[in-house]
Design a protein around this ligand. Structure first.
Ligand code: NAP
Length: 496
């Protein structure tokens, strides 16, 4: 049973099908597959990682329209890949998983949905990711606001922004994509920034026909470009890991780029970040900073203290009158799959296990939760690379785990607690001295523990997940092992 039909869930399903696991169901609460690329349909929504790396290694396309593809193209791609591998038929949309519970006697999982059906499964893959629950900051008086409001991840396409006075709260990776787009059509745009960002250039114009032809027809060119982007991502990670050397050089580049873009001295002062390069996500945009300097756009850096019936109130007491508030305030990243109730062996609750911050072996396996796997789990986010690389690595690792179960005629696999503790300790120790520890961000819990990011390079994560070591795991025999030995599968049968 796979929960989540985004890139992660699709990657896992393909990997498992390719290795003989046939009985797979993918549940997703959305009306279709696509995950983040279904939900984030805001104007300008696109990937900021070049598409030849932000795509499966086994399903490379040569006809992307530009370097970083727009949302609809990525969604089409994912549909196409799922169709080509017969995975689209496995998706049960409109299925909101509320609980997944390990039965110590039956030694299987029961997956319960809000809509009614429950499923039994030998293995559960939670591929809900880190970025799927929109975060609405607690702002006093929010309910008193009489205008319209929505979150960037649930864009209201029925609301016509043309000619409106609009507030945008937040200036993260999503806002920097939609602000330049909506700035062209709204009457007035007020952008509320809590922290400045480090920017690097990204023009992302459609490929001219000769470039398209080269990519299409020159053998190996696409693979070469993929490799180049891969190592550019690794360089960014080097900058984050080594703040005084490579990090300083990248910061200089960013500063020079931002200076060139920010002609207005006031906006320049306001938009310039005051924290170490790479501590928060570095933003790739050549359009956002110019948009801030449009006549109809104002950047406000006073803290938002409340909403009033007619607008947004800031710490200096100003009421900024607007018709609409758009929250570009990101996601409840530390919640991972919660509020889903995840109950493992002996009735232990994942919520309790993770009370001091989420942790899992390689971000995938949690002791006491047999044959449960997390994709894009704790400490597997990347600040300098493509999450698809990580998801493919996780899919391979999970497939190896289930193959071990199958080959040993066992029922389930459970990571040894001491293995998980040691790997978590090592992961956490590797953050010391890196940019990630230099400021608050969505990568961290309130206590400062970094739970989102992998502390190293893509190539390290790939290497560590390449070959599963069975000695890291305990194998659980089937409940009726003494009398019969049924072959384990990822069976997922509705039983309601
Ligand atoms: P985000 O990066 O978490 O940005 C949220 C923004 O809202 C930040 O500027 C934050 O300020 C601000 N904010 C939060 N609470 C606030 C409050 N109470 N008052 C004022 N401002 C507040 O969220 P996102 O832009 O949706 O991006 C989330 C992640 O999604 C990204 O980091 C990235 O991994 C992914 N993403 C990727 C792409 C892509 O192209 N690949 C595109 C979009 C998003 P602070 O900085 O001060 O916290």
């Amino acid at each position: 049973m796979i929960v989540g039909a985004g890139f992660g869930g699709i990657a896992a399903a393909i990997e498992l099908r390719d290795h003989g696991f046939q009985d797979i169901t993918i549940l997703d609460r959305a009306p279709g597959l696509g995950g983040t690329w279904l939900h984030n349909s805001y104007p300008g929504s696109a990937c900021d990682v070049p598409s030849h790396l932000y795509s499966f290694s086994f399903a490379q396309r040569r006809d992307w329209s530009r370097l970083c593809s727009p949302q609809d193209e990525i969604l089409d791609y994912l549909h196409g890949v799922a169709r080509d591998h017969g995975i689209d038929r496995l998706v049960v949309p409109g299925s909101t998983v509320t609980a997944t519970t390990w039965d110590d006697e039956a030694r299987r999982w029961t997956v319960t949905t809000e809509e009614g059906p429950a499923y039994e499964a030998d293995a559960v893959i939670l591929a809900t990711g880190q970025l799927h629950q929109p975060a609405f900051p607690r702002i006093e008086g929010s309910d008193s606001f009489e205008g319209h409001r929505f979150h960037s991840a649930r864009w209201d396409h029925d609301y016509d922004l043309r000619g409106k006075r609009v507030a945008v709260i937040g200036t993260g990776a999503s806002a920097v994509q939609f602000v330049p787009e909506i700035a062209k059509e709204v009457a007035r745009l007020t952008v509320f920034q809590r922290s400045g960002n480090w920017f690097l250039p990204r023009k992302n114009r459609p490929y001219p026909p000769p470039i398209k032809a080269l990519i299409q027809h020159v053998p190996g060119l696409q693979a070469l470009r993929r490799k180049r982007v891969y190592y550019t991502g690794e360089l960014l990670t080097t900058g984050i890991r080594h703040t005084r050397s490579v990090g300083r050089l990248l910061a200089l580049w960013s500063r020079a780029f931002m200076r060139a873009q920010l002609k207005d001295p006031d906006v320049r002062r306001q938009a310039t970040p005051d924290y170490t390069f790479g501590c928060k996500r570095v933003l790739f945009s050549s359009a956002f900073l110019p948009a801030l300097q449009r006549d109809n756009v104002e950047l406000v850096t006073d803290a938002v203290t409340g909403l009033a019936p007619t607008g947004v109130v800031t710490a200096d007491g100003t009421l900024h009158e607007v018709d609409c508030v758009i929250y570009g305030t990101g996601f409840r990243t530390n919640d991972f799959m919660f509020p889903m109730q995840v109950t493992g062996a002996g009735g232990r609750e994942l919520k309790d296990e993770w009370a001091a911050g989420a942790h899992a072996h390689l971000g995938i396996a949690v002791p006491g939760f047999p044959s449960m796997f997390v994709m894009y789990g704790p400490n597997t986010n990347t600040s300098g690379g493509s999450i698809i690389v990580y998801l493919e690595a996780q899919a391979r690792y999970i497939r190896q785990a289930l193959a071990q179960v199958r080959n040993r005629r066992a029922q389930a696999i459970d990571v040894r607690p001491e293995v998980e503790t040691a790997s978590d300790r090592e992961v956490q120790s590797r953050f010391a001295g890196t940019a990630w520890t230099a400021c608050d961000s969505w990568y961290r819990t309130d206590d400062g523990r970094i739970v989102a990011n992998w502390p190293g390079y893509m190539r390290e994560y790939e290497a560590r997940t390449r070959a599963l070591d069975p000695a890291h795991f305990e194998f659980i025999a089937a409940a009726a092992a003494t009398t019969s030995e049924p072959e384990p599968t990822t069976r997922s049968q509705p039983h309601a």
